[in-house]
Design a protein around this ligand. Structure first.
Ligand SMILES: Cc1cc2nc3c(=O)[nH]c(=O)nc-3n(C[C@H](O)[C@H](O)[C@H](O)COP(=O)(O)O)c2cc1C
Length: 366
Protein backbone atom coordinates (compact mmCIF):
# COMPACT_ATOMS: atom_id res chain seq x y z
CA UNK A 1 0.00 0.00 0.00
CA UNK A 2 2.85 2.41 0.80
CA UNK A 3 4.14 2.49 -2.84
CA UNK A 4 0.75 3.97 -3.80
CA UNK A 5 0.93 6.64 -1.05
CA UNK A 6 4.55 7.27 -1.88
CA UNK A 7 3.75 7.99 -5.53
CA UNK A 8 1.33 10.68 -4.34
CA UNK A 9 3.53 12.02 -1.54
CA UNK A 10 6.62 12.20 -3.77
CA UNK A 11 4.81 14.69 -6.02
CA UNK A 12 5.03 17.13 -3.13
CA UNK A 13 8.07 18.91 -1.75
CA UNK A 14 9.79 16.69 0.86
CA UNK A 15 8.69 18.68 3.91
CA UNK A 16 5.09 19.02 2.74
CA UNK A 17 4.98 15.26 2.03
CA UNK A 18 6.25 14.66 5.56
CA UNK A 19 3.54 16.88 6.99
CA UNK A 20 0.80 15.18 4.95
CA UNK A 21 2.02 11.74 6.11
CA UNK A 22 2.22 12.93 9.72
CA UNK A 23 -1.26 14.45 9.39
CA UNK A 24 -2.67 11.09 8.27
CA UNK A 25 -0.93 9.38 11.19
CA UNK A 26 -2.41 11.94 13.60
CA UNK A 27 -5.84 11.24 12.23
CA UNK A 28 -5.40 7.52 12.86
CA UNK A 29 -4.06 8.29 16.32
CA UNK A 30 -7.06 10.47 17.14
CA UNK A 31 -9.61 7.90 15.92
CA UNK A 32 -7.96 4.73 17.23
CA UNK A 33 -4.24 4.06 16.91
CA UNK A 34 -4.93 0.33 17.45
CA UNK A 35 -6.53 0.25 13.97
CA UNK A 36 -3.17 -0.05 12.24
CA UNK A 37 -1.68 -2.54 14.67
CA UNK A 38 -2.67 -5.77 12.87
CA UNK A 39 -0.61 -4.76 9.78
CA UNK A 40 2.54 -4.22 11.77
CA UNK A 41 2.31 -6.80 14.53
CA UNK A 42 5.35 -8.99 14.90
CA UNK A 43 7.10 -9.97 18.10
CA UNK A 44 9.91 -12.39 18.82
CA UNK A 45 11.65 -12.89 22.16
CA UNK A 46 15.01 -13.16 20.35
CA UNK A 47 14.77 -9.44 19.55
CA UNK A 48 14.17 -8.19 23.09
CA UNK A 49 16.80 -6.71 25.39
CA UNK A 50 17.11 -4.81 28.64
CA UNK A 51 19.37 -1.77 28.47
CA UNK A 52 19.80 0.90 31.15
CA UNK A 53 17.18 -1.00 33.15
CA UNK A 54 14.59 -0.42 30.41
CA UNK A 55 13.04 -3.19 28.41
CA UNK A 56 13.22 -2.87 24.60
CA UNK A 57 10.87 -5.32 22.80
CA UNK A 58 13.01 -5.05 19.66
CA UNK A 59 16.07 -3.05 18.59
CA UNK A 60 14.43 -0.93 15.85
CA UNK A 61 13.75 2.68 16.79
CA UNK A 62 12.53 5.90 15.24
CA UNK A 63 15.41 8.38 14.78
CA UNK A 64 15.24 11.95 16.06
CA UNK A 65 13.83 14.61 13.77
CA UNK A 66 10.83 12.65 12.44
CA UNK A 67 8.53 13.53 15.34
CA UNK A 68 10.23 16.61 16.72
CA UNK A 69 7.30 17.72 18.87
CA UNK A 70 6.23 14.30 20.19
CA UNK A 71 2.83 14.53 18.53
CA UNK A 72 2.64 10.92 17.36
CA UNK A 73 3.86 8.87 20.30
CA UNK A 74 0.74 6.69 20.53
CA UNK A 75 0.84 6.05 16.77
CA UNK A 76 4.49 4.96 16.82
CA UNK A 77 3.69 2.48 19.57
CA UNK A 78 1.39 0.65 17.16
CA UNK A 79 3.60 0.34 14.08
CA UNK A 80 6.10 -2.04 15.65
CA UNK A 81 9.01 0.09 16.82
CA UNK A 82 10.96 -1.11 19.85
CA UNK A 83 11.56 2.46 21.00
CA UNK A 84 11.23 5.99 19.70
CA UNK A 85 13.20 9.18 20.03
CA UNK A 86 11.40 12.51 19.80
CA UNK A 87 13.03 15.93 19.22
CA UNK A 88 15.34 17.60 18.79
CA UNK A 89 13.63 19.92 21.23
CA UNK A 90 15.26 23.22 22.19
CA UNK A 91 14.67 25.42 25.26
CA UNK A 92 12.94 28.11 23.19
CA UNK A 93 10.60 27.42 20.27
CA UNK A 94 12.31 27.76 16.90
CA UNK A 95 11.04 28.16 13.35
CA UNK A 96 14.21 26.68 11.87
CA UNK A 97 15.66 27.74 8.50
CA UNK A 98 13.78 29.16 5.53
CA UNK A 99 11.98 26.71 3.22
CA UNK A 100 12.64 24.71 1.14
CA UNK A 101 14.88 22.87 3.58
CA UNK A 102 14.40 19.15 2.91
CA UNK A 103 15.17 17.39 -0.39
CA UNK A 104 14.90 13.84 -1.69
CA UNK A 105 17.74 12.21 -3.62
CA UNK A 106 15.93 9.13 -4.96
CA UNK A 107 18.88 7.85 -7.00
CA UNK A 108 20.85 7.64 -3.77
CA UNK A 109 17.98 6.62 -1.47
CA UNK A 110 19.05 9.67 0.52
CA UNK A 111 17.82 12.99 1.83
CA UNK A 112 19.50 16.34 2.33
CA UNK A 113 18.05 18.61 4.99
CA UNK A 114 18.80 21.92 6.64
CA UNK A 115 15.70 22.09 8.82
CA UNK A 116 17.65 24.00 11.47
CA UNK A 117 15.96 22.53 14.56
CA UNK A 118 12.40 23.75 13.97
CA UNK A 119 10.36 22.74 17.03
CA UNK A 120 7.78 24.01 19.51
CA UNK A 121 10.18 24.34 22.44
CA UNK A 122 10.71 22.40 25.68
CA UNK A 123 7.77 23.89 27.58
CA UNK A 124 5.13 22.88 25.07
CA UNK A 125 6.59 19.45 24.33
CA UNK A 126 6.90 18.75 28.08
CA UNK A 127 3.23 19.62 28.56
CA UNK A 128 2.27 17.25 25.74
CA UNK A 129 4.36 14.43 27.18
CA UNK A 130 3.01 15.03 30.68
CA UNK A 131 -0.50 14.36 29.39
CA UNK A 132 0.54 10.91 28.15
CA UNK A 133 2.93 10.08 30.98
CA UNK A 134 2.33 6.69 32.54
CA UNK A 135 1.08 4.99 29.37
CA UNK A 136 4.44 3.76 28.18
CA UNK A 137 4.55 0.53 26.23
CA UNK A 138 8.09 1.11 24.96
CA UNK A 139 11.06 3.31 25.85
CA UNK A 140 10.84 6.95 24.84
CA UNK A 141 14.03 8.91 24.22
CA UNK A 142 13.99 12.70 24.17
CA UNK A 143 16.63 14.46 22.11
CA UNK A 144 17.59 17.98 23.18
CA UNK A 145 19.67 20.57 21.37
CA UNK A 146 20.67 24.19 21.83
CA UNK A 147 18.18 26.80 20.65
CA UNK A 148 19.54 27.96 17.28
CA UNK A 149 20.53 31.58 17.78
CA UNK A 150 23.77 33.47 17.39
CA UNK A 151 22.95 35.27 20.62
CA UNK A 152 22.98 32.06 22.70
CA UNK A 153 26.62 31.15 23.09
CA UNK A 154 29.05 30.14 25.85
CA UNK A 155 27.44 29.93 29.30
CA UNK A 156 24.07 30.92 27.84
CA UNK A 157 24.24 27.91 25.53
CA UNK A 158 24.84 25.60 28.48
CA UNK A 159 21.97 27.18 30.39
CA UNK A 160 19.77 26.67 27.33
CA UNK A 161 20.57 22.94 27.31
CA UNK A 162 20.06 22.74 31.10
CA UNK A 163 16.58 24.25 30.84
CA UNK A 164 15.53 21.71 28.22
CA UNK A 165 16.91 18.90 30.35
CA UNK A 166 15.08 20.16 33.44
CA UNK A 167 11.75 20.38 31.63
CA UNK A 168 11.96 17.17 29.63
CA UNK A 169 14.00 14.61 31.60
CA UNK A 170 11.06 13.68 33.89
CA UNK A 171 9.26 12.18 30.85
CA UNK A 172 12.22 10.42 29.25
CA UNK A 173 13.54 6.87 29.36
CA UNK A 174 16.75 8.37 28.04
CA UNK A 175 17.94 11.84 27.09
CA UNK A 176 20.08 12.45 24.01
CA UNK A 177 22.33 15.47 23.88
CA UNK A 178 22.43 16.47 20.24
CA UNK A 179 25.81 18.12 20.02
CA UNK A 180 26.19 17.40 16.31
CA UNK A 181 23.42 19.14 14.37
CA UNK A 182 25.15 20.39 11.20
CA UNK A 183 22.35 22.76 10.20
CA UNK A 184 22.51 25.77 12.46
CA UNK A 185 24.27 29.04 11.74
CA UNK A 186 26.10 28.94 15.05
CA UNK A 187 27.64 25.55 14.27
CA UNK A 188 28.34 22.62 16.57
CA UNK A 189 30.31 24.07 19.43
CA UNK A 190 29.81 21.20 21.85
CA UNK A 191 31.84 18.74 19.83
CA UNK A 192 34.86 20.59 21.12
CA UNK A 193 36.30 18.97 24.28
CA UNK A 194 36.32 21.93 26.64
CA UNK A 195 32.78 23.09 25.97
CA UNK A 196 31.48 19.51 26.05
CA UNK A 197 33.16 19.08 29.42
CA UNK A 198 31.39 22.16 30.81
CA UNK A 199 28.08 21.11 29.30
CA UNK A 200 28.25 17.60 30.78
CA UNK A 201 29.18 18.92 34.22
CA UNK A 202 26.03 21.07 34.26
CA UNK A 203 23.79 18.37 32.79
CA UNK A 204 24.94 15.73 35.27
CA UNK A 205 24.41 18.15 38.19
CA UNK A 206 20.90 18.86 36.90
CA UNK A 207 20.26 15.13 36.48
CA UNK A 208 20.88 14.63 40.20
CA UNK A 209 18.13 17.15 40.93
CA UNK A 210 15.43 16.22 38.43
CA UNK A 211 15.84 12.56 37.43
CA UNK A 212 18.87 10.81 38.95
CA UNK A 213 18.32 7.56 37.04
CA UNK A 214 17.74 8.87 33.52
CA UNK A 215 20.44 7.66 31.10
CA UNK A 216 22.23 10.44 29.19
CA UNK A 217 23.44 9.71 25.64
CA UNK A 218 25.61 11.80 23.35
CA UNK A 219 24.88 11.95 19.60
CA UNK A 220 27.87 12.37 17.34
CA UNK A 221 28.48 13.51 13.77
CA UNK A 222 29.81 10.95 11.28
CA UNK A 223 33.54 10.81 10.55
CA UNK A 224 34.61 12.59 7.38
CA UNK A 225 35.86 9.35 5.87
CA UNK A 226 35.29 5.62 6.28
CA UNK A 227 39.02 5.17 6.36
CA UNK A 228 39.44 7.00 9.65
CA UNK A 229 40.67 4.55 12.26
CA UNK A 230 41.58 7.11 14.85
CA UNK A 231 40.17 10.60 14.80
CA UNK A 232 41.35 12.89 17.56
CA UNK A 233 38.16 14.97 17.69
CA UNK A 234 35.99 11.86 18.01
CA UNK A 235 38.39 10.47 20.58
CA UNK A 236 38.09 13.67 22.61
CA UNK A 237 34.31 13.64 22.55
CA UNK A 238 34.26 9.99 23.62
CA UNK A 239 36.80 10.38 26.41
CA UNK A 240 35.21 13.55 27.83
CA UNK A 241 31.82 11.82 27.70
CA UNK A 242 33.17 8.77 29.51
CA UNK A 243 34.82 10.89 32.19
CA UNK A 244 31.39 12.27 33.12
CA UNK A 245 29.73 8.87 33.12
CA UNK A 246 27.66 9.26 29.94
CA UNK A 247 25.50 6.14 29.58
CA UNK A 248 25.71 5.60 25.82
CA UNK A 249 26.32 7.04 22.37
CA UNK A 250 24.32 7.60 19.21
CA UNK A 251 26.27 7.29 15.98
CA UNK A 252 25.52 9.21 13.83
CA UNK A 253 23.84 12.44 12.85
CA UNK A 254 23.64 13.52 9.19
CA UNK A 255 26.83 14.25 7.25
CA UNK A 256 27.98 17.57 5.86
CA UNK A 257 30.06 15.64 3.27
CA UNK A 258 28.67 14.77 -0.14
CA UNK A 259 31.03 12.39 -1.92
CA UNK A 260 30.00 9.04 -3.40
CA UNK A 261 26.60 10.22 -4.64
CA UNK A 262 24.86 9.31 -7.90
CA UNK A 263 22.77 12.49 -7.85
CA UNK A 264 24.15 14.97 -10.40
CA UNK A 265 26.41 17.81 -9.35
CA UNK A 266 23.91 20.28 -10.87
CA UNK A 267 21.11 18.92 -8.69
CA UNK A 268 23.31 19.09 -5.59
CA UNK A 269 24.16 22.71 -6.43
CA UNK A 270 20.46 23.48 -6.77
CA UNK A 271 19.75 21.94 -3.35
CA UNK A 272 22.54 23.79 -1.57
CA UNK A 273 23.71 23.21 2.01
CA UNK A 274 22.40 20.56 4.32
CA UNK A 275 23.09 17.27 6.08
CA UNK A 276 23.05 14.07 4.07
CA UNK A 277 21.19 11.02 5.41
CA UNK A 278 20.22 7.60 4.10
CA UNK A 279 22.08 4.85 2.23
CA UNK A 280 25.28 6.85 1.44
CA UNK A 281 25.79 7.42 5.16
CA UNK A 282 25.77 3.74 6.06
CA UNK A 283 29.49 2.90 5.87
CA UNK A 284 30.67 6.00 7.64
CA UNK A 285 28.24 5.81 10.52
CA UNK A 286 28.79 2.07 10.96
CA UNK A 287 32.50 2.75 11.08
CA UNK A 288 31.99 5.12 14.01
CA UNK A 289 29.82 2.56 15.81
CA UNK A 290 32.67 0.05 15.52
CA UNK A 291 35.21 2.60 16.71
CA UNK A 292 33.19 3.55 19.80
CA UNK A 293 32.44 -0.09 20.63
CA UNK A 294 36.14 -0.92 20.57
CA UNK A 295 37.08 2.23 22.45
CA UNK A 296 34.54 1.57 25.22
CA UNK A 297 35.17 -2.20 25.23
CA UNK A 298 31.47 -2.70 24.68
CA UNK A 299 30.66 -1.23 28.10
CA UNK A 300 28.36 1.57 26.87
CA UNK A 301 25.33 0.76 24.72
CA UNK A 302 25.45 2.38 21.27
CA UNK A 303 22.49 3.31 19.08
CA UNK A 304 23.53 2.90 15.44
CA UNK A 305 21.82 5.22 12.96
CA UNK A 306 22.62 6.15 9.38
CA UNK A 307 21.52 4.31 6.25
CA UNK A 308 19.68 1.39 7.85
CA UNK A 309 17.17 0.26 5.21
CA UNK A 310 16.95 -3.53 5.51
CA UNK A 311 17.45 -6.45 7.90
CA UNK A 312 20.98 -6.86 6.52
CA UNK A 313 21.99 -3.25 7.20
CA UNK A 314 20.43 -3.37 10.68
CA UNK A 315 22.27 -6.64 11.36
CA UNK A 316 25.57 -5.12 10.21
CA UNK A 317 25.12 -2.21 12.66
CA UNK A 318 24.48 -4.66 15.49
CA UNK A 319 27.51 -6.75 14.55
CA UNK A 320 29.60 -3.55 14.46
CA UNK A 321 28.64 -2.86 18.08
CA UNK A 322 25.23 -1.19 18.13
CA UNK A 323 22.77 -2.58 20.69
CA UNK A 324 19.91 -0.70 19.02
CA UNK A 325 19.41 0.92 15.60
CA UNK A 326 17.26 3.81 14.40
CA UNK A 327 15.80 4.72 11.03
CA UNK A 328 14.65 7.93 9.41
CA UNK A 329 15.39 8.19 5.67
CA UNK A 330 14.42 4.60 4.82
CA UNK A 331 11.05 5.21 6.46
CA UNK A 332 10.43 7.95 3.88
CA UNK A 333 11.30 5.64 0.98
CA UNK A 334 9.83 2.38 2.28
CA UNK A 335 7.03 3.33 4.68
CA UNK A 336 6.32 1.82 8.10
CA UNK A 337 5.97 -1.76 6.82
CA UNK A 338 9.78 -1.72 6.68
CA UNK A 339 9.88 -2.09 10.48
CA UNK A 340 8.22 -5.51 10.38
CA UNK A 341 10.36 -6.62 7.41
CA UNK A 342 13.52 -5.70 9.30
CA UNK A 343 12.41 -7.55 12.43
CA UNK A 344 11.46 -10.71 10.51
CA UNK A 345 14.70 -10.57 8.54
CA UNK A 346 16.76 -10.09 11.70
CA UNK A 347 15.27 -13.18 13.30
CA UNK A 348 16.15 -15.19 10.15
CA UNK A 349 19.70 -13.85 10.13
CA UNK A 350 20.13 -14.68 13.82
CA UNK A 351 18.87 -18.24 13.25
CA UNK A 352 21.02 -18.68 10.17
CA UNK A 353 24.16 -17.72 12.12
CA UNK A 354 23.21 -19.84 15.13
CA UNK A 355 22.35 -17.08 17.62
CA UNK A 356 19.36 -17.22 19.90
CA UNK A 357 19.22 -13.55 20.77
CA UNK A 358 20.11 -10.16 19.38
CA UNK A 359 22.32 -9.54 22.43
CA UNK A 360 24.70 -12.26 21.25
CA UNK A 361 25.59 -10.55 17.95
CA UNK A 362 26.32 -7.07 19.30
CA UNK A 363 29.95 -6.27 18.52
CA UNK A 364 30.70 -9.63 16.82
CA UNK A 365 32.46 -7.90 13.91
CA UNK A 366 34.85 -5.82 15.99
C1 LIG B 1 14.71 15.86 7.85
C2 LIG B 1 15.60 15.38 8.97
C3 LIG B 1 15.55 16.01 10.20
C4 LIG B 1 16.37 15.58 11.25
N1 LIG B 1 16.29 16.20 12.46
C5 LIG B 1 17.08 15.78 13.48
C6 LIG B 1 16.99 16.39 14.75
O1 LIG B 1 16.19 17.30 14.99
N2 LIG B 1 17.83 15.95 15.73
C7 LIG B 1 18.73 14.92 15.54
O2 LIG B 1 19.46 14.56 16.46
N3 LIG B 1 18.81 14.31 14.33
C8 LIG B 1 18.00 14.70 13.32
N4 LIG B 1 18.08 14.08 12.10
C9 LIG B 1 19.08 13.00 11.91
C10 LIG B 1 18.49 11.60 12.09
O3 LIG B 1 18.05 11.40 13.41
C11 LIG B 1 19.55 10.53 11.75
O4 LIG B 1 20.63 10.68 12.64
C12 LIG B 1 20.07 10.64 10.32
O5 LIG B 1 19.05 11.01 9.43
C13 LIG B 1 20.70 9.34 9.83
O6 LIG B 1 19.76 8.30 9.81
P1 LIG B 1 19.03 7.80 8.43
O7 LIG B 1 20.12 7.54 7.43
O8 LIG B 1 18.25 6.58 8.83
O9 LIG B 1 18.16 8.92 8.00
C14 LIG B 1 17.27 14.49 11.05
C15 LIG B 1 17.30 13.85 9.80
C16 LIG B 1 16.48 14.27 8.77
C17 LIG B 1 16.55 13.55 7.44
Amino acid sequence: MYPFFRSLLFRLDAERAHNVGAGAARLVQAVNPGLVEPWFEYGNAALSQTLWGRSFPNPIGLAAGFDKNAKLVRFWEKVGFGFIEVGSVTAKPSKGNARPRAFRLPEDQALINRMGLNNQGAEKVARRLKRRNGIRTMPLGINIAKTPSDAILGEAAIEDFRLSFQKLAPYADYITLNISCPNTEDGKTFEEAESLDRLLRVIFAERKQVHPTVPVLVKLAPPTSTRVVYDSSVEEVVSVSLSHGVHGFIATNTSADRDILSTSEAELQRIGNGGLSGAPLFERSTHLVRYIYQRTKGQKPIIGVGGVHSAETAYAKLRAGASLVQIYTALVYEGPSLIKRIKEGLVKLLEQDGYSSVKEVVGRDT
